[in-house]
Design a protein around this ligand. Sequence first.
Ligand SMILES: [Zn+2]
Ligand SMILES: [Zn+2]
Length: 346
Amino acid sequence: MHAAIFHAPNDIRFAEVETPKADDGELLLRVRAATICGTDMRIYNGQKTKGVRTPSIIGHEFAGEVVDVGRGVRGFAVGDGVSMDPVIPCLKCEYCKQGRENVCANRTAMGYEFDGAFAEFIRIPATGIASGNVYKLHPDTSWEQAALAEPLACCINGQENAEVGMGDSVVVLGAGPIGLMHLQLARVAGARQVIVSEPNAKRREVAASLGADLVVDPTTEDLSACVKARCDGIGADVVIVAIGLPVLVNPAMQLVRKNGRVNLFAGFTAGDTAVVDPNLIHYNEIKVSGASALTRRQYEKSLRLIEAGVIAAGDLITHRLALADINEAMQVAASGEGVKVSVVHE
Ligand SMILES: [Zn+2]
Ligand SMILES: [Zn+2]
């Protein structure tokens, strides 16, 4: 089969490799959609190294068609359309027992420990089938929509950590694919208004079309003044930081009101540190949370929201590039000229 092999940062090569087989308890899928995640770009740029093998196949947002069913697998047949929560929990560690399987101490994941989806075929390990990480698709759900259930589920995790709810004023910093998903989820959660800050004009347009109440260009406008003006003069209930820039952390805490919540959703470059005013957290009683991966519950919720048409996930795909052009696809994704990039097979 053809696959994009990650050898080292900035070195992904389209190559012919042996097609995997479904062993006992496993499934083999023909990849029908694989989308590029911010994390894939951070691996590509060398900003993320944890858990990344070389050489390996990355890509963890995918959907595909079952082409081979290993011995002992029940509930799946050749021809089924499926998608997968790529983070496989051990179900035994302290975190799994506490319902925080997204931070499982022994988690394994597609695109990391197991070869990922930037390939013609992908082998689903038995542990991932046994744990219920594989979902059959609704016939009306497109492959690409289903692939996006993973990033959307990660956003659901962030919104749950930030306790986004009915009547909240929510500010989203960044209108990349993740910021745009947060915008839509905040709407679904009952936010009274969502303000999106984004320097890229095209992305601001998309945010407006997806229902942002106010879009701000932080390079020419005073974001803090815009937020205060719309939020009773005291700031937002929630700020979601959907760009991994440490310099945004302190300003994000200045945008929320007392008792407000700040979610550091985007990952930062390994080793980065931020200067924060601790009194903002202390006197204002701000709650700062993070976001790591997703749980099976959140994945299922995400897939159902997409199936129901509540979240317009497919609309976020702006570019489709062939697997053979994986390097170009990574560059397009990193350039910010589009929103979400899908890797397709000719
Ligand atoms: Zn992802
Ligand atoms: Zn665990």
